[in-house]
Design a binder for this molecule. Structure first.
Ligand code: ADP
Ligand code: ADP
Length: 238
């Protein structure tokens, strides 16, 4: 489903004296359809940059990304627009991705409105999404600040699923939540993955979470993948 080959990303910082940060050095891996693939590694090793580059929310410096036989790394911005709905990204902090001035219903409807879907269809779709992510009908008219962090992250999931994506990048999706809520959101993500038949890239610094969520994982260190293995192999008792 997804192939990443020789991906590199170098950030250039500073205007006068330029410095270059190799966030991703040379990364190659693939994700099979229906798989949850984990990227684990300490803070700053390049995980988020990798996730963003795959969706071209950040432009890679070089390398190839192939998604369902389409080489997205060489697509124009225009052509990307037709593929984007199929690939969604979920970030760690729901507060920063939810517009505080919009109701939860409006937020979830955003992508459907952009696609020009019929008003009545949107309403039904939003109700269905709300139910799927475990929110209540009355939450539709609330604002993000009136809901808990976990409920807001459920809304983020609902919005991400609105256009029926086939691939999701979840970047530390529970890092800003209380530990008790974390498990609920992770289990929801697992359930939704099955229901929607998603393929997922799951990014975390926490090996326990990755172990809980993923079929195979890659360990990242300073911009490189240093090991790839199935969960069964990694956690096999010696
Ligand atoms: P992780 O997600 O593993 O914490 P990141 O991908 O966020 O890692 O960061 C990898 C490296 O790239 C870090 O050294 C970070 O400081 C740097 N970096 C990330 N984003 C930018 C940016 N927009 N501009 C410059 N450097 C960046
Ligand atoms: P621009 O269109 O100015 O380049 P961006 O690069 O921020 O703006 O976003 C381009 C497109 O990417 C937007 O139309 C938006 O629909 C989509 N997009 C933004 N964030 C995400 C995300 N988290 N997941 C999937 N698509 C996104």
């Amino acid at each position: 489903m997804l192939e990443v080959c020789g991906l590199k990303k170098t950030y250039t910082a500073g205007t006068f004296r330029k410095s270059h940060i190799k966030a991703i050095d040379d990364v190659t891996f693939h994700i099979n359809k229906g798989e949850t693939f984990g990227i684990v590694g300490e803070s700053g090793c390049g995980k988020s940059t990798l996730g963003r580059c795959i969706l071209r929310l950040t432009e890679p410096t070089s390398g190839k990304i192939v998604f369902n036989d389409t080489e997205i790394s060489s697509l124009s911005k225009e052509s990307l627009r037709t593929i984007r709905p199929k690939m969604q990204m979920i970030f760690q902090d729901p507060d920063s991705s939810l517009n505080p001035r919009k109701t939860i219903g409006k937020i979830i409807a955003e992508p459907l409105v952009i696609m020009g879907m019929d008003k009545e269809l949107i309403e039904n779709k939003v109700k269905e999404l709300i139910r799927h992510v475990g929110l209540l009908p009355e939450h539709i008219d609330r604002f993000p600040h009136q809901l808990s962090g976990g409920q807001n992250q459920r809304a983020v999931l609902a919005r991400a699923l609105a256009l029926e994506p086939v691939f999701i990048v979840a970047d530390e999706p529970t890092a800003s939540l209380d530990v008790s809520v974390q498990a609920q959101i992770l289990n929801l993500l697992k359930k939704l993955k099955e229901e929607y038949g998603l393929t997922m890239l799951f990014i975390s610094h926490d090996l326990e979470l990755v172990k809980h969520m993923c079929d195979r994982i890659a360990v990242m260190y300073m911009g490189n993948i240093i090991e790839t293995a199935s969960i069964v192999d990694i956690f096999r008792e010696p």
